[in-house]
Design a protein around this ligand. Sequence first.
Ligand code: DAH
Length: 350
Amino acid sequence: MTFALSTLAGELATIESDAVGRLSSAGSPEEVRAISAEAVGKRSPLAALNQKLGGLAAEERKVAGAQIQAARSRIMDAAAGVLESLSALERARRDATEHLDLTEVLATASRGSINLVNQTRDRLEDTFVGMGFAVAEGPEVETDWHNFGALNFPPGHPARDNFDTLYLDYGEPGTTLLRTHTSPVQVRLMQSQPPPIYAVMPGRCYRKDTPDARHIPGFSQIEGLVIDRGITFGDLAGTIDTFTHAYFGPKIGSRLRPAYFPFTEPSAEFEITCTICEGKGCRTCSGTGWIELGGCGMVHPAVFEACGIDPELWSGFAFGFGIDRLAQMRHEIADMRVLLDNDLRFITQF
Ligand code: DAH
């Protein structure tokens, strides 16, 4: 066997370009491994050339051996490169078929969340619906008669002064206003449907208050009204207590204390176990273990009469409380004004 150093470089170049060409069109890692075994393995033309080295003089053998070795490593490098790009392709294919679209998740997240007050309102509605109540709504712009007159506030009665009313420049002066509480929805309900009535009425109310930690001029209340035959004060107390447990959990109870409202007789304020200290006494409840939540009482006969319901046949109770207050208590929010601020650091917590 002859072996000429002069032709070796040309032979090696042919072998190399043949191998690299086949490698570059390989479609799988198996193919790459087969091609490189053929090109550099025991039966490869490179191995055959290596065997011929023995016929060369020592000096030439060294040069030729180095050239063969260099060609061999270039082919191996090419194989490694092809393997690398095949596995990148495979990764891309898997990403495309088994993908989790993170932009989809982001799009949902940036749609935001429901405002804390509305979340609280939704939960309250759910709780009362679970107790058998219907949900009703009334207008935010009200007549003086619905907001006060039908609720047994006589004109000029001092109780009206407790409601810093915002009157609208519409109709006779003092006849149209932004409702100061949700109680006028009781009147609308009684006028629009015969008893029995079991309903809660959530919604926004307005008072001429200067905003501070515990007051905002636009706030939300939820009103309750039950009218049926033989409803007693015991039913009122039981309903408030059942609601309190259902909404706050078994550790929070309720109690009633005498109060005055023109549209209920007797009237009461209802208090719940302080949610912060669970009744032990803390700063929030001024050490009493109780927090006032809202007002309630037996529907006054004058209200029944204003709404065309016979107080001899029907009796009932009503209650009302602030939704923002409730959210404030439940989440220990020091200052109510953050509910209006649209500060993302606050909003995104809920
Ligand atoms: N409307 C009253 C207020 O805003 C709260 C209230 C008290 C509602 C007694 C009632 C009730 O239904 O019976 O201060």
